[in-house]
Design a protein around this ligand. Structure first.
Ligand SMILES: Nc1ncnc2c1ncn2[C@@H]1O[C@H](COP(=O)(O)OP(=O)(O)OP(=O)(O)O)[C@@H](O)[C@H]1O
Length: 258
């Protein structure tokens, strides 16, 4: 290993500096041509390595998050969803709620964009380097029940529930839970209470949540107490965005016409 470029390549490999290993000859040449100093050269090398590292981290976080698709706040049409609390949602997009371990609950009827907004917050968080996990309430129940049956609940809760800094649980209220499931769900909320943020979406007002959780008013009250202690609630009303274009085309009547 006498050649300098071989020694550099070997050192880079040992240090995990894969971008520098590839890029340094062309960056060195550019540095000479632009008559820049050694400091500029080192800074440029490190910036390229960091850029690549951030990209790899985001890619891994995005995979872990399990988003069904990417949605952004910029794509959300606040003119259509005129009741959506824009100032609050814009503030939440700053992500300080995640650092303060606060929760967000998005409430409203079907199609008003609750999942869209939850995904948008999740995507923002991933782009900021935060570990996020998105799961529907129904899938969460299946996974919790399976882990419980296999005697692996503790490790599932550790890996799937407490590890992410932001846990997004979508669609509470569409499927009612049995007693065991309700207890397991309570566990999730209790585990994360004051330890990490939850973003939760539901089509049901809080007053009807007990119906989803095995009609157990005591358990539901204890769960809501924890969930809402440090929480931002965004209520969105209005018509489903899914029907927007159909109504425009005259395929469906608007609610006012019915
Ligand atoms: N205001 C909006 N601007 C842009 N797209 C929107 C808006 N509201 C909803 N959408 C889009 O409409 C579709 C349905 O929205 P979404 O699933 O987020 O609604 P939801 O309130 O979660 O409904 P559900 O309770 O039925 O799951 C998605 O493709 C979403 O991106």
């Amino acid at each position: 290993m006498n050649l300098q470029h071989e020694r550099i390549a070997d050192a880079c490999r040992q240090l995990g500096l894969h971008v520098i290993s590839e890029a340094w000859p062309s960056l060195a040449q550019a540095n000479i041509e632009q008559d820049k100093g050694y400091g500029d050269f080192i800074e440029h090398l490190l910036a390229e390595e960091l850029k690549s590292k951030h990209h790899r981290t985001r890619t891994a976080l995005l995979k872990f998050a399990g988003f069904p698709c990417i949605k952004t706040l910029e794509e959300y049409d606040f003119k259509f969803a005129s009741s959506a609390p824009k100032a609050l949602l814009t503030e939440l997009a700053g992500l300080s709620f995640v650092h303060r371990k606060e929760n967000v609950v998005l409430l409203g009827p079907s199609g008003v964009g609750k999942t869209h907004l939850a995904l948008a917050l999740g995507y923002r968080a991933v782009m900021a380097g935060i570990k996020v996990r998105f799961i529907t309430a129904a899938d969460l129940m299946i996974q919790l029940a399976a882990a419980n049956q296999q005697g692996k609940l503790k490790s599932y809760l550790q890996r799937g529930i407490t590890a992410p800094k932001l846990l997004i649980i979508d669609e509470i209220g569409y499927l009612p839970f049995g007693r065991d499931e309700a207890n397991l769900f309570f566990n999730v909320i209790a585990k994360r209470y004051e330890n990490g943020s939850i973003v939760l979406t539901s089509n049901l007002p809080f007053s009807q949540w007990a119906g989803t959780f095995a009609d157990d008013a005591t358990l539901t009250a204890a769960m809501l107490d924890r969930l809402l202690h440090h929480c931002h609630v965004a209520q969105i009303s209005g018509e489903s965005y899914r029907l927007k274009n159909k109504k425009k085309a005259g395929v469906l009547p608007s609610i006012g016409d019915i």
